[in-house]
Design a protein around this ligand. Structure first.
Ligand code: UT7
Length: 318
């Protein structure tokens, strides 16, 4: 038995914050941000929008695209580092919003690799027969955990959500998944704060050693290309589309170069969405599916790297 993505959907909050808007907030420039990252703008959630709300909007679209009803869904996995609350999980809140009764629902915390981790987990549930129709979501409201006075981080992230439906299939969809983590880097990209004794202790904002993350990301994004292709006895030229995590255009270009793939075969949204962490890959997937770029039968390599450090890839046939 195989698992296959049967449909996808996404949601971006209405408000757009441009680099020029940021020039009025911190000592930065559109030129610096665009040259170093490829970002021009990002979406920012409204006050009444949280991770479950963004997930709800994206999930409804994915369910519509896959022609599934709430009653068909038997597993919900939500990848997020910006949950609505400490508990219950955002997946349980999403389950209630969708009116789904009695299926397992849980969050997956692997920061920017969260969607890849969640999709790999859903693949295992579906292929083992434990699930027939899973909802997998990446949803983030990073605007809530940024220090808006720190130009080194606040210009990099945005809000949004993307969702997919993963179903059992007689034909091959998800071909392979590879997940990794190295916790020795846990301090290099973190929100180190926590809640204790009714107070926030430590820094509740994103902190990042940008250069360390950058170098590590370029290295593992290249390694994951070899890992996925070797495991499946495939050539670089077999890959139709690269859907990388959208953190920095320079990291994306390095991964494309490793694959020998022209940038016209790489889905890029970082210019419009910035880094939406666990939401970035499903948002990019939906972008390219909606405009007709991705066609049935094409081979897609998704790969992500993020806090932990965590990293991973999913190779699939659309
Ligand atoms: O999702 C996974 C997690 N995130 C990533 O993958 C991000 C990985 N890292 C990066 O993308 C890059 O390291 C950054 C975009 C964050 C930074 O680019 P960089 O080329 O590594 O720049 P830098 O940190 O070395 O900073 C260069 C200069 C510094 O000034 P000095 O010390 O050379 O005078 C910074 O203070 O740029 C300065 N700078 C800024 N200037 C204007 C840092 N942020 C800004 C800013 N606007 N927003």
């Amino acid at each position: 038995m195989y698992s296959r993505i049967a449909g996808c959907g996404s949601y971006l909050p209405e408000k757009i914050l441009t680099n020029h808007d940021l020039e009025a907030m911190v000592d930065t420039s559109d030129e610096w941000i665009f040259k170093r990252t490829g970002i021009r703008q990002r979406h920012i959630a409204a006050e009444n929008e949280n991770a479950s709300e963004l997930a709800f909007q994206a999930s409804k679209k994915a369910m519509h695209a896959a022609h599934v009803a709430p009653s068909d869904i038997d597993l919900i996995i939500v990848a997020t580092s910006t949950p609505d609350m400490i508990f219950p999980s955002t997946a349980c809140i999403l389950q209630a919003k969708l009116g789904i009764k009695n299926c397992p629902a849980f969050d997956m915390q692997a920061v920017c690799s969260g969607f890849v981790y969640a999709l790999a987990t859903a693949d295992l549930f579906v292929r083992s027969g434990k699930s027939r129709c899973a909802l997998v979501v990446g949803t983030e409201v990073y605007s809530r955990i940024l220090d808006w006075t720190d130009r080194g981080t606040c210009v990099l992230f945005g809000d949004g959500a993307g969702a997919v439906i993963v179903k059992t299939s007689k034909t091959q969809g998800i071909i392979s998944t590879h997940l990794h983590a190295d916790g020795s880097y846990h301090k290099d990209l973190a929100v180190p704060g926590s809640i204790s004794g009714g107070k926030v202790t430590g820094n509740p904002h994103v902190v990042m050693e940008g250069n360390t993350v950058f170098k590590f990301a370029v290295k593992v994004m290249s390694e994951m290309v070899d890992e996925a292709l070797t495991a499946n006895n495939l050539k670089k030229s077999d890959v139709s589309w690269l859907i990388p995590h959208q953190a920095n255009i320079r990291i994306i270009q390095a991964a494309a170069k490793k694959l020998g793939l022209g940038m016209d075969r790489v889905v890029v949204t970082v210019d419009r969405h910035a880094n939406t962490s666990a939401a970035s890959i499903p948002l990019a997937l939906d972008d390219a599916v909606q405009d007709g770029r991705i066609k049935k039968g094409e081979l897609i390599l998704m790969e992500a790297v993020g806090g932990g450090f965590t990293w991973g890839s999913v190779l699939l046939r659309w």
